[in-house]
Ligand binder design. Structure first.
Ligand SMILES: [Zn+2]
Ligand SMILES: [Zn+2]
Length: 268
Protein backbone atom coordinates (compact mmCIF):
# COMPACT_ATOMS: atom_id res chain seq x y z
CA UNK A 1 0.00 0.00 0.00
CA UNK A 2 1.36 3.38 -1.03
CA UNK A 3 0.47 6.01 1.57
CA UNK A 4 2.24 9.09 0.17
CA UNK A 5 1.34 11.37 -2.71
CA UNK A 6 3.39 14.53 -3.23
CA UNK A 7 1.80 15.72 -6.47
CA UNK A 8 -1.53 17.49 -5.90
CA UNK A 9 -3.17 20.53 -7.48
CA UNK A 10 -5.91 22.93 -6.41
CA UNK A 11 -8.52 25.00 -8.26
CA UNK A 12 -6.03 27.89 -8.44
CA UNK A 13 -4.24 26.45 -11.48
CA UNK A 14 -7.52 26.81 -13.45
CA UNK A 15 -7.59 23.22 -14.65
CA UNK A 16 -8.13 21.42 -11.33
CA UNK A 17 -11.01 21.23 -8.86
CA UNK A 18 -11.10 21.63 -5.10
CA UNK A 19 -8.99 23.21 -2.42
CA UNK A 20 -6.56 21.84 0.14
CA UNK A 21 -9.25 20.74 2.60
CA UNK A 22 -11.11 18.75 -0.09
CA UNK A 23 -7.91 16.85 -0.97
CA UNK A 24 -7.13 16.20 2.71
CA UNK A 25 -10.56 14.72 3.34
CA UNK A 26 -10.20 12.50 0.29
CA UNK A 27 -6.64 11.54 1.28
CA UNK A 28 -7.74 10.37 4.73
CA UNK A 29 -10.67 8.41 3.36
CA UNK A 30 -8.35 6.72 0.82
CA UNK A 31 -5.72 5.75 3.38
CA UNK A 32 -2.95 8.25 2.65
CA UNK A 33 -0.69 9.32 5.51
CA UNK A 34 1.35 11.99 3.70
CA UNK A 35 -0.06 14.47 1.22
CA UNK A 36 2.06 17.05 -0.59
CA UNK A 37 0.56 20.01 -2.42
CA UNK A 38 2.36 20.97 -5.61
CA UNK A 39 0.10 23.30 -7.51
CA UNK A 40 1.43 24.92 -10.69
CA UNK A 41 3.70 27.74 -9.55
CA UNK A 42 2.91 31.36 -10.35
CA UNK A 43 5.48 33.15 -12.48
CA UNK A 44 6.60 36.73 -11.81
CA UNK A 45 5.95 37.80 -15.42
CA UNK A 46 2.47 36.23 -15.48
CA UNK A 47 3.52 33.81 -18.24
CA UNK A 48 1.19 30.95 -19.27
CA UNK A 49 -1.60 32.22 -16.98
CA UNK A 50 -4.30 29.77 -18.11
CA UNK A 51 -2.70 26.76 -16.37
CA UNK A 52 -1.30 28.19 -13.12
CA UNK A 53 -2.14 30.38 -10.18
CA UNK A 54 -1.47 34.09 -10.37
CA UNK A 55 1.18 35.57 -8.09
CA UNK A 56 -1.54 37.22 -6.00
CA UNK A 57 -3.04 33.78 -5.24
CA UNK A 58 0.15 32.44 -3.67
CA UNK A 59 -0.61 33.78 -0.21
CA UNK A 60 -4.09 32.20 -0.22
CA UNK A 61 -2.64 28.89 -1.40
CA UNK A 62 -0.11 28.80 1.44
CA UNK A 63 -2.85 29.80 3.88
CA UNK A 64 -5.19 27.04 2.67
CA UNK A 65 -2.46 24.44 3.23
CA UNK A 66 -1.60 25.92 6.65
CA UNK A 67 -5.27 25.74 7.68
CA UNK A 68 -5.48 22.14 6.45
CA UNK A 69 -2.48 21.27 8.63
CA UNK A 70 -4.47 22.42 11.66
CA UNK A 71 -7.72 20.80 10.58
CA UNK A 72 -6.27 17.40 9.59
CA UNK A 73 -3.74 16.47 12.27
CA UNK A 74 -3.88 12.82 11.18
CA UNK A 75 -2.25 13.66 7.89
CA UNK A 76 1.32 14.76 7.28
CA UNK A 77 0.82 17.72 4.92
CA UNK A 78 3.61 19.19 2.81
CA UNK A 79 3.63 22.52 1.02
CA UNK A 80 5.22 22.80 -2.40
CA UNK A 81 4.82 23.97 -5.98
CA UNK A 82 5.33 22.36 -9.39
CA UNK A 83 7.65 24.69 -11.31
CA UNK A 84 8.67 25.13 -14.90
CA UNK A 85 12.45 25.58 -14.68
CA UNK A 86 13.13 29.15 -15.81
CA UNK A 87 16.75 29.97 -15.00
CA UNK A 88 16.18 33.68 -14.42
CA UNK A 89 13.58 32.85 -11.76
CA UNK A 90 15.73 30.42 -9.78
CA UNK A 91 16.22 33.19 -7.21
CA UNK A 92 12.45 33.68 -6.89
CA UNK A 93 11.94 29.94 -6.41
CA UNK A 94 14.64 29.81 -3.77
CA UNK A 95 13.97 33.07 -1.93
CA UNK A 96 10.20 33.49 -2.23
CA UNK A 97 8.91 29.91 -2.41
CA UNK A 98 11.43 27.97 -0.31
CA UNK A 99 12.47 31.01 1.76
CA UNK A 100 9.65 33.46 2.54
CA UNK A 101 6.89 30.86 2.25
CA UNK A 102 8.97 28.12 3.88
CA UNK A 103 7.86 25.51 1.37
CA UNK A 104 8.87 21.94 2.00
CA UNK A 105 9.79 21.21 -1.61
CA UNK A 106 9.56 22.14 -5.26
CA UNK A 107 8.83 19.75 -8.10
CA UNK A 108 10.41 20.31 -11.50
CA UNK A 109 7.71 19.84 -14.11
CA UNK A 110 8.29 20.81 -17.74
CA UNK A 111 5.28 21.52 -19.96
CA UNK A 112 7.31 23.86 -22.20
CA UNK A 113 10.96 23.72 -23.24
CA UNK A 114 13.23 26.11 -25.09
CA UNK A 115 13.80 25.29 -28.75
CA UNK A 116 15.47 27.65 -31.21
CA UNK A 117 14.92 30.60 -28.91
CA UNK A 118 11.20 29.94 -28.34
CA UNK A 119 9.38 28.29 -25.45
CA UNK A 120 7.69 25.33 -27.11
CA UNK A 121 4.69 23.52 -25.62
CA UNK A 122 4.93 19.76 -25.21
CA UNK A 123 1.15 19.55 -25.66
CA UNK A 124 0.10 20.24 -29.21
CA UNK A 125 3.54 20.53 -30.82
CA UNK A 126 4.80 17.43 -32.64
CA UNK A 127 8.40 16.77 -31.61
CA UNK A 128 11.30 15.69 -33.80
CA UNK A 129 14.78 14.55 -32.81
CA UNK A 130 16.41 17.99 -32.40
CA UNK A 131 13.42 19.13 -30.32
CA UNK A 132 13.69 16.05 -28.10
CA UNK A 133 17.38 16.77 -27.58
CA UNK A 134 16.54 20.33 -26.50
CA UNK A 135 13.86 19.03 -24.12
CA UNK A 136 16.31 16.62 -22.53
CA UNK A 137 19.05 19.26 -22.19
CA UNK A 138 16.51 21.54 -20.55
CA UNK A 139 15.35 18.86 -18.12
CA UNK A 140 18.95 18.08 -17.18
CA UNK A 141 19.63 21.79 -16.52
CA UNK A 142 16.61 21.80 -14.21
CA UNK A 143 17.92 18.78 -12.33
CA UNK A 144 21.32 20.44 -11.99
CA UNK A 145 19.76 23.59 -10.50
CA UNK A 146 19.38 21.84 -7.15
CA UNK A 147 15.94 23.41 -6.71
CA UNK A 148 13.84 20.30 -7.08
CA UNK A 149 13.06 17.34 -4.86
CA UNK A 150 12.08 15.30 -7.89
CA UNK A 151 11.21 15.68 -11.55
CA UNK A 152 7.58 15.19 -12.55
CA UNK A 153 6.72 13.08 -15.58
CA UNK A 154 10.16 13.19 -17.31
CA UNK A 155 8.63 11.00 -20.02
CA UNK A 156 5.96 13.60 -20.88
CA UNK A 157 7.63 13.79 -24.29
CA UNK A 158 5.52 10.70 -25.02
CA UNK A 159 2.62 13.07 -25.74
CA UNK A 160 4.39 14.61 -28.75
CA UNK A 161 7.19 12.19 -29.76
CA UNK A 162 5.61 9.15 -31.35
CA UNK A 163 8.01 6.24 -31.54
CA UNK A 164 10.44 4.57 -29.19
CA UNK A 165 13.19 4.85 -31.79
CA UNK A 166 16.97 5.28 -31.67
CA UNK A 167 16.62 8.99 -30.91
CA UNK A 168 14.16 8.37 -28.07
CA UNK A 169 16.52 5.76 -26.64
CA UNK A 170 19.62 7.97 -26.90
CA UNK A 171 17.87 10.99 -25.37
CA UNK A 172 16.31 8.91 -22.61
CA UNK A 173 19.71 7.42 -21.84
CA UNK A 174 21.23 10.91 -21.46
CA UNK A 175 18.38 12.02 -19.23
CA UNK A 176 18.49 8.89 -17.09
CA UNK A 177 22.27 8.93 -16.69
CA UNK A 178 22.06 12.56 -15.50
CA UNK A 179 19.31 11.68 -13.03
CA UNK A 180 21.37 8.78 -11.68
CA UNK A 181 24.48 11.00 -11.36
CA UNK A 182 22.55 13.71 -9.55
CA UNK A 183 20.59 11.24 -7.38
CA UNK A 184 17.45 12.88 -8.68
CA UNK A 185 14.29 10.77 -8.36
CA UNK A 186 11.99 10.73 -11.37
CA UNK A 187 8.24 10.49 -11.11
CA UNK A 188 6.07 7.76 -12.57
CA UNK A 189 2.97 9.87 -13.04
CA UNK A 190 -0.46 8.36 -12.48
CA UNK A 191 -2.30 11.12 -14.33
CA UNK A 192 -1.06 9.81 -17.67
CA UNK A 193 -2.83 6.52 -16.93
CA UNK A 194 -6.14 8.41 -16.78
CA UNK A 195 -5.72 10.09 -20.16
CA UNK A 196 -6.68 8.66 -23.57
CA UNK A 197 -4.08 6.31 -24.98
CA UNK A 198 -2.24 7.03 -28.22
CA UNK A 199 -2.10 4.89 -31.33
CA UNK A 200 1.29 4.67 -32.97
CA UNK A 201 3.20 2.36 -35.25
CA UNK A 202 4.42 0.69 -32.03
CA UNK A 203 0.78 -0.04 -31.10
CA UNK A 204 -1.45 1.45 -28.43
CA UNK A 205 0.29 2.93 -25.43
CA UNK A 206 -0.12 5.45 -22.62
CA UNK A 207 0.98 8.96 -23.51
CA UNK A 208 2.94 8.60 -20.28
CA UNK A 209 4.19 6.75 -18.32
CA UNK A 210 6.06 5.54 -21.41
CA UNK A 211 6.94 2.02 -20.34
CA UNK A 212 10.23 1.48 -22.26
CA UNK A 213 11.51 4.67 -20.64
CA UNK A 214 10.95 3.13 -17.20
CA UNK A 215 12.42 -0.19 -18.27
CA UNK A 216 15.55 1.72 -19.28
CA UNK A 217 15.47 3.78 -16.07
CA UNK A 218 15.88 0.59 -14.06
CA UNK A 219 19.06 -0.29 -15.94
CA UNK A 220 20.65 3.03 -14.88
CA UNK A 221 19.64 2.68 -11.23
CA UNK A 222 17.32 5.69 -11.28
CA UNK A 223 14.95 5.94 -8.33
CA UNK A 224 11.24 6.44 -8.86
CA UNK A 225 8.61 8.58 -7.14
CA UNK A 226 4.98 7.47 -7.43
CA UNK A 227 2.25 10.04 -7.68
CA UNK A 228 -1.36 10.55 -8.66
CA UNK A 229 -0.84 14.11 -9.98
CA UNK A 230 -4.35 14.73 -8.65
CA UNK A 231 -6.37 17.46 -10.32
CA UNK A 232 -9.60 16.39 -8.56
CA UNK A 233 -9.97 15.43 -4.88
CA UNK A 234 -11.31 11.95 -5.63
CA UNK A 235 -8.14 11.24 -7.63
CA UNK A 236 -5.84 11.99 -4.70
CA UNK A 237 -4.54 8.40 -4.63
CA UNK A 238 -5.57 7.28 -8.13
CA UNK A 239 -2.87 5.43 -10.00
CA UNK A 240 -0.54 4.91 -7.05
CA UNK A 241 -0.97 1.14 -7.16
CA UNK A 242 -0.56 1.07 -10.94
CA UNK A 243 2.59 3.19 -10.87
CA UNK A 244 3.94 0.98 -8.07
CA UNK A 245 3.29 -2.01 -10.32
CA UNK A 246 5.28 -0.37 -13.12
CA UNK A 247 8.20 0.20 -10.75
CA UNK A 248 7.98 -3.36 -9.54
CA UNK A 249 7.78 -4.81 -13.04
CA UNK A 250 11.12 -3.26 -13.99
CA UNK A 251 12.78 -3.46 -10.59
CA UNK A 252 12.93 0.28 -9.98
CA UNK A 253 13.69 1.38 -6.46
CA UNK A 254 10.90 3.61 -5.12
CA UNK A 255 11.54 6.65 -2.95
CA UNK A 256 8.50 6.61 -0.70
CA UNK A 257 8.99 10.13 0.63
CA UNK A 258 10.92 12.19 -1.90
CA UNK A 259 10.61 15.35 0.14
CA UNK A 260 12.63 14.07 3.07
CA UNK A 261 15.79 14.04 0.97
CA UNK A 262 15.23 17.22 -1.04
CA UNK A 263 18.52 19.12 -1.29
CA UNK A 264 16.78 22.51 -1.32
CA UNK A 265 13.99 21.69 1.11
CA UNK A 266 15.40 23.70 4.01
CA UNK A 267 14.70 27.39 4.00
CA UNK A 268 17.91 29.46 4.13
ZN1 LIG B 1 -1.85 20.38 -14.15
ZN1 LIG C 1 1.19 18.31 -11.91
Amino acid sequence: MITTNCHTHTYRCKHAQGDADDYCRAALSQGLLTLGFSDHAPLPDGRWPSVRMAMNELEGYCQAVATARQDFPGLSILLGLECEYIPEYAGVYRDLFLGTHAMDYLVGGAHWYPHRGEWTALYGTPMDGPMLRDYVDYLIAGMQSGLFAFIAHPDLFGVCYRLWDAEAKACSKALLMAAADLHMPLEINGYGLRKPMVESADGQRYKYPWLPFWEMAATYGVKAVLSSDAHEPEDVATGLLETAAIAQRYGLEVVLNPVARAPASKAP
